[in-house]
Ligand binder design. Structure first.
Ligand SMILES: Cc1cc2nc3c(=O)[nH]c(=O)nc-3n(C[C@H](O)[C@H](O)[C@H](O)COP(=O)(O)O)c2cc1C
Length: 176
């Protein structure tokens, strides 16, 4: 599909076939394309949480004014950001560049974010916005519809995510 066709045909869809199952290969393809989205300083600060446990999805739906997409769409991806990605072993983002480039970039990056909580948060929003659009257009190209959503209780959904992370058997998968 041409990019222009994907842009023009994408709509925020509310009703999904709850019986449809994406294959693992499709999910891998979709997420690997989403991770092509750019990030400032290449810090790749998005964190994609694939919520695949039906019980978790029911709870998230309850925290989202009972919107059916939360349980019925083939895939639920919660976009989160690591606000501290910039300071976590940052050399890994630039390890394929010459030492002279790293010596220049890494201190500049640290100076850019250190002590600036607003900038760290803004960067998370920027990265997630670009990733979300990439994700939706990639899905469109694969023949899937999508719906961006912020109509949910952020604190409550965040609490589910935290409890899922503590529970190793829960079917929540994170990409980063
Ligand atoms: C940040 C954001 C949050 C949204 N939240 C919801 C939502 O909670 N539920 C929903 O059905 N649609 C949601 N939408 C979809 C918008 O209503 C939709 O994109 C807009 O009406 C334009 O329609 P279109 O995307 O089909 O062109 C959201 C869109 C964005 C960008």
């Amino acid at each position: 599909m041409e990019v222009s066709n994907a842009i023009e045909s994408r709509r925020a869809i509310k009703e999904y076939d709850a019986e449809h199952r994406m294959t693992e290969a499709e999910i891998e393809k979709l997420m690997s394309q989403a991770m092509r989205a750019p990030t400032a300083w290449n810090i790749q600060n998005w964190r994609f949480v694939l919520v695949r446990d039906p019980e978790q999805r029911k709870k998230i739906r309850a925290a989202a004014w009972d919107q059916a997409q939360l349980t019925d769409a083939s895939l639920l991806v919660v976009l989160t950001a690591d606000l501290k990605a910039w300071e976590k072993d940052p050399v890994r983002y630039w390890r394929n560049t010459p030492q002279s480039v790293q010596d220049c970039i890494l201190p500049a990056m640290a100076q850019f974010y250190r002590g600036n909580e607003q900038m760290q948060r803004d960067e998370g929003m920027r990265s997630c916005g670009m990733a979300a659009m990439t994700l939706m257009l990639a899905a469109q190209d694969m023949g899937y519809q999508s719906c961006p959503m912020d109509g949910f209780d952020f604190d409550e959904v965040g609490a589910h995510y935290q409890s899922a992370r503590r529970s190793w058997h829960c079917d929540v998968r994170c990409y980063w």
